[in-house]
Design a protein around this ligand. Structure first.
Ligand code: NAP
Length: 248
């Protein structure tokens, strides 16, 4: 039996990805801090689909917990790891809370790197997939979200480079980037309630988390490296790497 491991599966995009993959028949391992919420999701998905759902409560802003999580799931065969857990903070840099900034880097960058590295080590010679959730902000600067977009630039550069390493070494494992635009989830409330209200008032277009989960499945099924939202018309497309490349 094989499983798809999804971090940040208790709400938003991760929760919808879990539902979409369960509907396609994938067994799941779901991770987030709110274990009670994950237990409810497990019950819903197991009663609706013939799949097994394993739930694990973990705070991945502590890198040691990411390592412990990987050890905990080492007895399961994985089809894919979807590093989705993450949060943003929309403020001018001088107004950012220092502890929140550190937590964001620890979660969005350090734990994602640690899980990606361990997964590549074990799955590089298998038909497995690593999907790292970045953002359109991982390809463009965004005043008012400096640390957040920098964490997502890290995710896009890191994952695209890994994808090219795997290709150059002729490995079957795939590494992919999901780059959503604005999605209606708990994210904006966490990042900055005022900014969310302003975006709502200006008629900003959001995808639903279910739409983003369908896009994620499209990326999962494609041979491309990046799945990205085009902010000019909110369409989703998959394509090859975006960053300029320098080969050693
Ligand atoms: N929504 C958007 O507009 C948008 C746009 C581009 C990219 N993204 C990216 O999409 C991903 C998912 O965000 P979302 O929009 O679905 O937001 P969300 O609704 O706030 O979901 C975030 C998920 O991450 C989990 N999480 C947060 N901190 C965690 C921690 N320390 N340890 C373990 N799990 C943690 C949360 O669960 P618990 O609270 O239970 O831990 C939740 O399940 C993020 O990486 C985000 O940067 C979102």
């Amino acid at each position: 039996m094989s499983y798809v491991l999804i971090t940040g599966a208790s709400s938003g995009i991760g929760k919808s990805i879990a539902a979409t993959f369960a509907a396609k028949g994938h067994n799941l391992i779901l991770v987030a801090r709110r274990l009670a919420v994950l237990e409810e999701i497990k019950q819903e998905l197991e009663s609706a689909h013939a799949v097994e759902v394993v739930v694990i409560g973990s705070d991945l802003s502590v890198e040691a917990n990411a390592i412990a999580l990987y050890e905990q799931v080492s007895s399961y065969e994985l089809t894919a790891l979807i590093n989705n857990a993450g949060f943003g903070n929309f403020n001018m840099l001088w107004d950012v809370d220092m502890e929140r900034m550190s937590n964001m880097i620890d979660l969005n960058v350090s734990s994602l790197s640690r899980l990606s590295m361990l997964f590549s080590r074990d799955y590089k010679d298998k038909e497995a997939q690593l999907i790292n959730v970045a953002s359109v902000g991982g390809y463009m600067t965004m005043p008012g979200a400096a640390t957040y977009v920098a964490t997502k630039f890290y995710v896009t550069a890191y994952t695209e480079s890994l994808a090219m390493e795997l290709k150059a070494a002729g490995k079957p494992m795939k590494a992919k980037v999901l780059a959503p635009g604005p999605v209606e989830t708990e994210f904006m409330d966490q990042a900055n309630k005022t900014a969310k209200n302003e975006m709502d008032a200006s008629g900003f277009t959001f995808h639903s988390s279910d739409q983003m989960a369908e896009f994620t499945y499209q990326l999962f099924e494609s041979d491309d490296v990046v799945g990205i939202v085009d902010m000019s018309d909110m369409s989703f497309k998959t394509q090859d790497v975006i960053h300029p490349t320098f080969s050693i």
